[in-house]
Design a protein around this ligand. Structure first.
Ligand SMILES: [Zn+2]
Length: 408
């Protein structure tokens, strides 16, 4: 094979490839209602799929439209097929851009726009790689299929649909991550620990509410609790928090008046991604530990239930531990590293306390085992354990493929 020839062919695509990235990026293929015929993810995603398949067809490839859920582009044949899995949908455009998110403007050697790297640019590079191999006349041992999904960002229903209708490739890769290659993905499971508490009346330091985090996959940098000052003055509370702060590395705690007879305690940590929790300091876990050490909670006895018990149990079962050791779910293997466990969301509204954990487990891990072990630790203390995809649904679903150690 003459690789110089291949290099020259690839180089000759440069301007056209850039122009096509700009064209694809100009289509705001954000999933949106209403769904239409052959457009389950809305009109703009449909338009993006039409554009992509038309471009591929113009290069002489065979294309298929899988009812608007995905498209695929095939070249060559053999007893096996290699897949390249990319996607055409993008997350909402969002604010704070320095360039038009649909403009594809070039500045400092970069193309700016939503989808340039995730994942329209890589999808087009894969398509042009197929075109280069075809143009160079390289003999193919196997078939190649570029699969372009339309629902990667919101639930992967595109690939479930595709796999239900067509045979998946024998092997493949996804040009949708970090350079140069990620060859293992951790499994992902969200667990919700919860307990209905017994109220606060009469407690020495009653806790009325807890709040930390908005997303399970972020290490929360701030956590707040509203507590009662019936039996303790604000000065005394602040002094005790200062003692707790001194006793723990990285603890930052403060208290401020919050209306009649109440104070708000704030724990301050450091944000990080749940896949790399070691880089952060979990404020929610810090708050639980601080409240436990204050003896704050409900009037219920240690054994009789109530939020005091629940706060102490959560502090003991999770706290600031991101390895899952306290919950009894820690595991590690040489290939994929250690399990990570992030307390991403903490809520208490005076009735139910709940903690949402983002758990990423290595190849040696297993969803049923994690759920079972967590329940074994949490259930005797009266905590319920359920799995959840997101705080909005709290339904049970897990996935080995959609959560990676590096993909955001
Ligand atoms: Zn992506």
């Amino acid at each position: 094979m003459n690789y110089e020839k291949l290099d020259a062919i690839v180089a000759s695509y440069r301007d056209e490839l850039i122009a096509n990235i700009q064209k694809w990026v100009s289509i705001p293929s954000v999933q949106a209602a209403p769904a239409g015929e052959n457009a389950p993810f809305g009109a703009e995603v449909r338009r993006m799929l039409d554009t992509a398949l038309a471009d591929a067809k113009a290069f002489g490839f065979e294309v298929r439209d899988i009812d608007g859920y995905a498209g695929d582009i095939s070249f060559g044949s053999g007893d096996k097929t290699m897949g390249m899995l990319a996607h055409l949908d993008v997350v909402p455009l969002g604010d704070g851009w320095t360039h038009d998110p649909l403009g594809g403007e070039i500045a400092d050697g970069r193309i700016y726009g939503r989808g340039t790297t995730d994942d329209k640019g890589p999808a087009l590079c894969a398509l042009y790689a197929m075109r280069a191999v075809k143009e160079a006349g390289i003999p193919m041992k196997h078939g190649v299929r570029l699969i372009l999904g339309c629902d990667e960002e919101t639930g992967m229903s595109d690939m479930r649909y595709y796999a239900s209708k067509l045979q998946m490739p024998d092997y493949g890769f996804s040009p949708d991550a970090e350079f140069p290659v990620i060859n293992i993905e951790k499994g992902g499971i969200n667990l919700r620990l919860s307990k209905v508490t017994g109220g606060e009346a009469g407690a020495e330091i009653p806790v009325y509410s807890l709040y930390a985090g908005e997303r399970p996959n972020v290490v929360p940098a701030e956590a707040k609790a509203v507590v009662g000052l019936d039996h303790i003055a604000l000065d005394e509370l602040s002094a005790r928090l200062a003692e707790i702060e001194k006793a723990h590395e990285k603890f930052r705690l403060s208290a401020a008046a919050a209306g009649e007879g109440r104070a708000e305690i704030t724990a301050t940590g450091v944000n990080a991604h749940a896949a790399m929790p070691q880089g952060g300091v979990n404020a929610a876990g810090m708050l639980l530990i601080a409240l436990k050490e204050l003896g704050a909670g409900s009037a219920g006895s240690e054994n009789g239930g109530g939020s005091k018990n629940a706060i102490a149990v959560l502090a003991d079962a999770v706290g600031m531990d991101y390895t899952g050791r306290l919950l009894g779910i820690a595991c590690e293997d040489e290939l994929s590293g250690p399990l990570t466990c992030n307390l991403g969301i903490l809520r208490y509204d005076g009735n139910e306390i709940s903690a949402l954990l983002d758990i990423r487990y290595p190849l040696c891990g297993d969803e049923a085992q994690i759920l079972g072990r967590a329940a074994l630790t949490a259930a005797p203390a009266g905590l319920g354990v359920t799995c959840a995809t997101s705080p909005a649904t709290w339904t049970c679903a897990t996935s080995r493929t959609s959560t990676s150690t590096s993909k955001r």
